[in-house]
Design a binder for this molecule. Structure first.
Ligand SMILES: [Cu+2]
Length: 287
C-alpha cells in the first residue's frame, strides 16, 4: 500500500524524485491532459462533474489516484505528498524551496522565477490555459486573496454531518453539508492563498494543486473514519442531482470506460491502494 506523506517530512531525495516524475509527465504531454480534464470539468458548469456538488470529493479522489498512478509508472517510489496548510502556512515553508515547488510570484505579474517550475527552466510552459489567458508562465501571489485554513476551522468542518444536503449543489449549506463546508471554507482558501495560476480552472498547472487536494482528500478520509455511520449522499435517483454526483453515477470524463468509476467505487481509499501517514492502521492490516 502506498503511503502518502506530509510534504514537510519528505527527504530531499524524495522531493527530487517527485519533481522529476512530475516533469517527465510534463515532457510527455501526459501532465497537460490532466490539466485539460480539470479545466473541461469546470467549463461544463452547470453540469460540472467535479465541483459544486456531492462528487467534489470522489471526483478529485479518482483524479488524484490516476495522477499518482501516472507518477508511479515513471518512478514506483513516488506517492502524492499532502500539504497541511494549518501548519505550513507561510512562504517560509520548505514546501516553497528551490528544490521542491519554488517560491512566490515576482512583482505585479506574479511570475514564478525560482525552483523547478520557473518558466526560464524551459521545462514548465503552460499550454492549457483558461479562456482569455495567454501568459505561458506559472504565477503565484501568496496571501493576496486571504488566509489559509486554521486548525479550529478544520476541526469544526470535520464535525459537520451529514455528508451532503439538498439541493446538492453550490447552494447547499456548509452547516448541513460536510462536502460544501470542506469545499468552500477549507478547499477554496488554499487555492486563493497561493493565488495566480491556482485561481484558474486550469489550476493543476501549478504542481502544488496535487499537494493541496491531497490534503483535502486526507480530511475526507478522516471524516469518513470519524463518522462511520454517515453514508455518502445522495443515492442514485435523487431528483435534481447533476449527472456524476449520485452514489452510483459513472463519473465523467471516465463514464465511457468499461468499469467507470463512481462515487461508490472510491469511498474506501485503502481499496484504491494508498493510505495516509497519520491515519490509524486499516483493519485489514491485522493490527
Ligand atoms: Cu478541482
Amino acid at each position: 500500500m502506498g503511503i502518502r506523506k506530509n510534504q514537510a517530512s519528505l527527504t530531499s531525495a524524495e522531493r527530487a524524485a517527485f519533481v522529476a516524475a512530475v516533469k517527465t509527465l510534463k515532457a510527455t504531454g501526459v501532465y497537460d491532459t490532466f490539466v485539460a480534464q480539470h479545466r473541461a470539468a469546470f467549463m461544463a458548469s452547470p453540469n460540472d462533474p467535479a465541483h459544486n456538488g456531492p462528487a467534489f470529493l470522489p471526483w478529485h479522489r479518482e483524479y488524484l489516484r490516476r495522477f499518482e498512478r501516472a507518477l508511479e509508472s515513471i518512478d514506483s517510489s513516488v506517492s502524492l505528498p499532502y500539504w497541511d496548510w494549518t501548519v505550513d502556512n507561510s512562504s517560509a515553508s520548505s514546501l516553497w524551496g528551490v528544490g521542491f515547488m519554488g517560491g512566490d510570484g515576482d512583482g505585479a505579474g506574479g511570475r514564478v522565477t525560482t525552483g523547478p517550475f520557473a518558466y526560464a527552466t524551459g521545462t514548465w510552459p503552460l499550454t492549457v490555459l483558461d479562456p482569455g489567458e495567454t501568459d505561458p508562465f506559472l504565477t503565484r501571489a501568496f496571501g493576496a486573496m486571504g488566509a489559509l485554513p486554521t486548525p479550529p476551522a478544520v476541526d469544526r468542518a470535520l464535525d459537520v454531518v451529514p455528508y451532503d444536503a439538498a439541493p446538492w449543489n453550490f447552494e447547499s449549506s456548509g452547516n448541513t453539508s460536510f462536502r460544501r463546508r470542506l469545499e468552500v471554507s477549507i478547499h477554496n482558501p488554499g487555492h486563493m492563498w497561493v493565488g495566480g495560476s491556482m485561481m484558474a480552472m486550469s489550476s493543476p498547472n501549478d504542481p502544488v494543486f496535487w499537494l493541496h487536494h491531497c490534503n483535502i482528500d486526507r480530511l475526507w478520509a478522516q471524516w469518513q473514519h470519524d463518522h462511520p455511520e454517515e453514508a455518502y449522499l445522495p443515492p442514485s435517483g435523487t431528483p435534481g442531482v447533476v449527472a456524476g454526483h449520485a452514489l452510483d453515477d459513472p463519473m465523467p470524463p471516465w463514464a465511457g470506460e468499461p468499469m467507470p468509476p463512481t462515487p461508490r467505487s472510491v469511498l474506501d481509499h485503502h481499496a484504491l491502494g494508498y493510505q495516509y501517514d497519520d491515519e490509524p492502521q486499516p483493519r485489514s492490516a491485522g493490527t
